[in-house]
Design a protein around this ligand. Structure first.
Ligand SMILES: CC(=O)N[C@H]1[C@@H](OP(=O)(O)OP(=O)(O)OC[C@H]2O[C@@H](n3ccc(=O)[nH]c3=O)[C@H](O)[C@@H]2O)O[C@H](CO)[C@@H](O)[C@@H]1O[C@H](C)C(=O)N[C@@H](C)C(=O)N[C@H](CCC(=O)O)C(=O)O
Ligand SMILES: Nc1ncnc2c1ncn2[C@@H]1O[C@H](COP(=O)(O)OP(=O)(O)OP(=O)(O)O)[C@@H](O)[C@H]1O
Ligand SMILES: N[C@H](CCC[C@H](N)C(=O)O)C(=O)O
Ligand SMILES: [Mg+2]
Length: 499
């Protein structure tokens, strides 16, 4: 959603949105938008500096469409000086217009679910947000999770981003609150944090899973990527909020130290003896695992219907968030055995007649590939086959690292395509293959899956990595229907003669 004008017919004055115009004028505006093409009479147009251009380039068209106020930065005001000359629109020049917009959007829409938490980290955000929502629902609350898989739970809506832009996000939160939702767990992507998309959200607690390489196309350095993630604890979480940190995850100790430095309450998860929720044992079976942990020294043991050792960390971060947001620890632990896996995360998609299992997983970073393959090992007697690829128009430096992770932890490799987007697919595959030259190269993903399934003997397992819940393959701006889970079933049916 690029614009917002509905629901508040009378509009709001700039001053009610925390905005002050240079002229001191305080018009009543009819809505907010970041897209000049969505401007309607009386709206505020936020002209933001973007990756491709500065939104101020579009101030002229926005004024012609009837914008009553322009929010931008000093550079934007300079860029649009000519267009603004003689205009009666109010001009707000903010040091950080994205921050100003996030707070204005929160004030525009008003309501948010009373209990909100956010989770960041390279891998595991969707899993933790979904588990947190499941815990809350099992405890009888009207709860949602917001992220890569859209808005799910007591109220549902699609979403094009993991962390939606502030106007879309605040509109969602207000609608969910109006529908009776009291609890929300959201994913804080590094792009979202950097662009201040969730700055207007009132958080009770924030979670951290891990920090490993991804998105260097956007952040350029791991330091800048880490800083973007740290902002959830150093900027967004209020003073009385709780930081829930997975000490087992890379970067966890540093994140906990930052939270402690700020004097926040903390809840640590991990094998470390100092952890509040301390994992003391895990035993794997075909469909899940037994988990033993201590809560502030008191032992608990339960069964999780989730494959993969790392899922126990995600579950405990979710439990920590629920506790930090007010739930009684014993009540939370009692419902953990009810948790169900997130679609496309270590999902058992099909089983061959010979017993070999086919899993679909969303691993699309070097660490996730390593984690997912290592997690499968204790469940597999024979060889592990992997079908994977790297996305186009994304961090190019992660490609050989993904190849190396697959080579180190799988026995048979098929390198295929995963959303080449605007790039030449063969170039992406070559970058992956540079680190696993013995892998089979099969560009067509359906064919790669068929070959991967065909390679399975008794006791083997196949991991189809990278697309998880996705339902499309994006090639040159076109989205072609594609579903790994469906393709796995088709391949098994074709090879084993069952429909
Ligand atoms: C790099 C990035 O995050 N870009 C997002 C950003 O675009 P931008 O501000 O850079 O836009 P731009 O194209 O340079 O345009 C600048 C400004 O001019 C405006 N404009 C542009 C054209 C026009 O005619 N009129 C006009 O007003 C635009 O609305 C924009 O405000 O703001 C846009 C509007 O909110 C987003 O749609 C866009 O997401 C792009 C499509 C994207 O792919 N983002 C991905 C990388 C992303 O955010 N991913 C993360 C998570 C990934 C993960 O963790 O795995 C996510 O949270 O989803
Ligand atoms: N705690 C974890 N540690 C390491 N890897 C993990 C962890 N949790 C999940 N993964 C891996 O990352 C993949 C993606 O998981 P999930 O969707 O929960 O992460 P995400 O952070 O939401 O990803 P995205 O940034 O794309 O939204 C999983 O399919 C799994 O392979
Ligand atoms: N949120 C991630 C998803 C990547 C999923 C993978 N299938 C790919 O296309 O690289 C991104 O936009 O980088
Ligand atoms: Mg996600």
């Amino acid at each position: 959603m690029a614009g917002a004008g509905s629901g508040t017919a009378a509009g709001k004055h700039l001053s009610e949105l925390g905005l002050t115009a240079r002229s001191g004028r305080d018009p009543r505006i009819s809505g907010l938008t970041v897209d000049s093409r969505a401007v309607k009479d009386g709206m505020l147009f936020a002209a933001l500096p973007g990756a491709r251009w500065h939104g101020a380039e579009f101030i002229g068209p926005a004024l012609r469409m009837g914008a009553a106020a322009i929010l931008t930065d000093a550079e934007g005001a300079k860029l649009a000086a000519e267009a603004l000359e003689g205009s009666s629109a109010a001009l707000i020049v903010a040091g950080d217009p994205r921050e100003a917009l996030a707070y204005a959007a929160a004030l525009w829409f008003g309501a948010q679910p009373a209990t909100m938490v956010a989770v960041t980290g390279t891998n595991g955000k969707t899993s933790v947000a979904t588990f947190t929502r499941q815990i809350w629902m099992a405890l009888g609350h009207a709860a949602i999770n917001i992220g890569t898989t859209g808005v799910e739970g007591a109220w549902a809506a699609p979403s094009s981003h993991t962390t939606p832009d502030p106007i879309t996000l605040q509109a969602m939160l207000a609608e969910a609150a109006a529908a009776g939702v009291t609890h929300a767990a959201m994913e804080a992507s590094s792009h979202g944090l950097d662009q201040r998309r969730l700055d207007g959200v009132r958080l009770k607690a924030a979670g951290f899973t891990n920090l490993t390489q991804d998105h260097l196309d956007y952040h350029h350095t791991m330091e800048a990527y880490a800083d973007a993630k740290a902002a959830l604890f150093t900027r967004l979480l209020p003073e009385d909020g709780t930081a829930v940190v997975n000490l087992n995850g890379a970067g966890g100790a540093e994140m906990l130290a930052l939270a402690e430095e700020r004097g926040l309450k903390t809840l640590a998860i991990g094998r470390d003896p100092l952890a509040d929720l301390r994992i003391t044992g895990q035993r794997y079976d075909a469909t899940g695992q037994d988990l033993r942990f201590d809560w502030k020294g008191e032992p608990f043991q339960l069964h999780l219907n989730l494959v993969g050792g790392f899922q126990a960390e995600n579950v405990l971060v979710a439990a920590g968030l629920a506790i930090a947001a007010g739930a009684a620890p014993r009540d939370v632990f009692a419902v953990l055995p009810q948790l169900t896996g997130v679609r496309g995360r270590m999902q058992l998609a099909a089983t061959r007649k010979n017993g070999a299992a086919v899993y679909v997983d969303y691993a699309h970073t070097p660490d996730a590939i390593e984690t997912a393959l290592k997690a499968l090992r204790p469940h597999v007697m024979g060889r592990i086959v992997i079908v994977f690829g790297a996305g186009g128009d994304r961090d190019t430096t992660k490609r050989p690292l993904m190849g190396a992770a697959a080579r180190a932890h799988a026995d048979v490799l098929y390198v295929t395509d995963d959303n080449p987007r605007s790039e030449e697919p063969a170039t992406i595959r070559a970058a992956v293959l540079a680190a696993c030259p013995d892998a089979n190269e099969v560009g067509d993903r359906a064919e790669a899956i068929l070959l991967g399934v065909d390679a399975l003997g008794p006791g083997d397992a196949l991991l189809i990595a990278g697309k998880g819940h996705e339902t499309g393959q994006t090639i040159q701006g076109q989205v072609y229907p594609f579903d790994d889970v469906e393709q796995a079933s088709i391949a098994v049916a074709a090879l084993d003669g069952v429909i």
